[in-house]
Design a protein around this ligand. Sequence first.
Ligand code: FAD
Length: 520
Amino acid sequence: VDAHVSYQATEDLGLCQMPQSPSCLSHDNRARLSSLPLDGSLTFSNTSSAASDFGLIRFSEPSAVVHPKSVSDIEAVVHAVLRDTRSGLTLAAKGRGHSVHGQAQALNGVVIEMSSLKGIKVAPHGEPGCSQPFVDAAGGELWIDVLKETLKEGLAPRSWTDYLYLSIGGTLSNAGIGGQTFLFGPEISNVLQLDVVTGTGHSVKCSPLNNPDLFHGVLGGLGQFGIITNARIVLEPAHEKVRWIRAMYTDFATFTRDQELLVSEPPESAFDYIEGFVVLKNEDPNNGWNSVPFDGKKINPSMIPEEGGSVLYYIEVVKKFSSNDVVSLGETVERMLAPLSFIPTLVFTTDVPYEKFLNRLHDVEVSLTSQGLWDVPHPWLNLFVPRSSIASFDALIFKHMIKDDFTGPILIYPLKRERWDSRSSAVIPDESIFYLVAFLRISFPASGPLLSSLIAENDKIMEVCHNAKLGCKMYLPEYEDLDSWKLHFGERWEAFARRKHKYDPDFILAPGQNIFPRIQ
Ligand code: FAD
């Protein structure tokens, strides 16, 4: 698989840099890094795991990998990298390496494997003066471990991504989006305080009141301003179980109208999670209508209406409950679903423990891993589409460009701008409602289209959106040149660049984002 991907990426696409020899590190830099008195460790030889990521599209091998055990390890490494003024040495924090375009890589530079910096501490009663429960989690900790720890106190974070084996620092450097975002905002809207080692090597505590410019800059800041060593995250009481419902549609306008109706309910009467998906109009158990029912149940094809276009849609909602509520739950959910116009015979329901629901993708990961289908290239494309463009997006992209051989889930669900903090670095469309649309493509090297053609299809989607002036913004963005980044940030570019000059003036951090090449 690796050989094929490397070939694809280098020969067909010209995208990746092939692994470079660690000898690229100058004698001075090597000596400086070797002499650091670290609590953790540093290696110049076992660097290949930091050369790749979940995307398996780009490969940039660093010269050194650090496994920190303390914040002062990270400060020391930043200072050592800063002292290099000649060879352009850079530094990337790596969470789980679940980026798909090399964002946590540093060619010939230093990668800090944040997973070795441990620490999760739950404060169930908050702190003096504020009873809001929270958890302090080190930047390299995974959300799954935060969940397990907080559940011991009957608490849990309230905003989630769909998959929990992601790091705190990696998701907070983007946004962290999921089915609770319409209610509580993305994960970055649920942070009370951060500890950050900036690109000048200083450890700084920041919050909305204390160093707010750094705090807001780092959230959604693509790792450009500092390394998150700790995040204080808001908690809420956890529930025992969830009722999990999927309801299908043939008509896009009805589907989006219902989604928008659901996200506009007042919080106290809304579902606790709302997402949506596009499925192919066929019997494929992975991408077709049979991917919708729970527990491997199948839909009889005669139940699928003939009307509509080439794809189907479904809404996915969840209502949390405890054993005491189970009697009234049925009635409550029925009332909440009553205004919706899904196909009445195509509704599927199951009850599962709360933790199992939040960690639902782990079973998928285990199953795909056992079949050798997890460690394959993932040419993903994630977009934010303004509400005013979503019907055109359906007509131009879903109905036109999504073919029978599409492999991987397609997500589409609405988010509310008011739940995002406009002071953060995250870039979203300028409309009160916008949609997340995620093409989570999987490239099976032994079968299916070439990786290069899947990437070309993503490029085509971007081109169609651009030409039709749909106003889309990329989530988990990846651009090659400064002009594209400026276009991405729009009027927010100046603030982003100003913060870079202030907090990482030598441009050493997160070079894999390809925004600011190191100043030499
Ligand atoms: P990495 O890939 O390691 O790093 C991402 C960026 O952050 C890099 O630039 C890196 O240098 C920087 N960084 C990492 N750690 C730190 C730190 N401590 N301080 C500062 N900068 C840091 N995203 C969603 O929003 N919603 C989803 O539902 C969702 N589902 C996903 C499902 C799967 C299976 C996968 C693979 C990804 C999913 N993602 C989702 C995307 C995910 O949010 C990104 O991959 C994100 O980058 C987190 O991954 P990571 O922790 O491995 O970060």
